[in-house]
Design a protein around this ligand. Structure first.
Ligand code: CMP
Length: 152
């Protein structure tokens, strides 16, 4: 459900989100025009593994769980993002992301996501950083599981 919000309040909200904290006021105003906060319910699926994706999400409040093949691989909370991978490479969603509490998300369509990167290119770098952290954590977990004496 879309949540009505005044432009200044939206700019302040965006500023409080780490992904956008490097943006100047002008960029934040342009971003505010692109994004609309939406309420999500407990159990709502934001991304579904294996299907094409056309939306990018920024969690403003609330929590979500990430799973691949039914196995939990991550948790998301306020300020975290999801859905960028399918938009960046055009492939299917790598994981399912399910809200575990009621919350609020900013949703951007593919076109809005492209506009976001045009308006504030620094955001692309921030996304790369967060994807690198995730890849590093995933690689460490894979190596640790291979080194486990019982192979789990
Ligand atoms: P995408 O593949 O488009 O849709 C599922 C999203 O889940 C994916 O983009 C990432 O944004 C996110 N994601 C995948 N794996 C993890 C993880 N281990 N931790 C947090 N988020 C993840």
């Amino acid at each position: 459900m879309p949540l009505a919000m005044k432009s200044d309040a939206k700019v302040d909200l965006l500023k409080s989100i780490p992904l956008f904290s490097g943006c100047n006021r002008k960029e934040l105003r342009q971003l505010a025009a692109l994004t609309m906060p939406l309420a999500v319910g407990d159990g709502e699926i934001l991304c579904r593994e294996g299907v094409p994706g056309s939306e990018f999400f920024v969690l403003v409040s609330g929590h979500a769980v990430v799973s691949e093949g039914g196995v939990e691989t991550g948790h998301l909370g306020p300020g975290d993002v999801c859905g960028e991978m399918a938009l960046l490479d055009g492939g299917p969603r790598i994981a399912t992301v399910t809200a575990t509490t009621p919350g609020t998300v900013l949703v951007l369509s593919r076109g809005e996501f492209d506009d976001l990167l045009d308006v504030a290119p620094g955001i692309g770098l921030e996304l790369l950083r967060s994807m690198s952290r995730r890849l590093r954590a995933g690689d460490h977990a894979t190596v640790a599981s291979r080194q486990s004496p019982i192979g789990i």
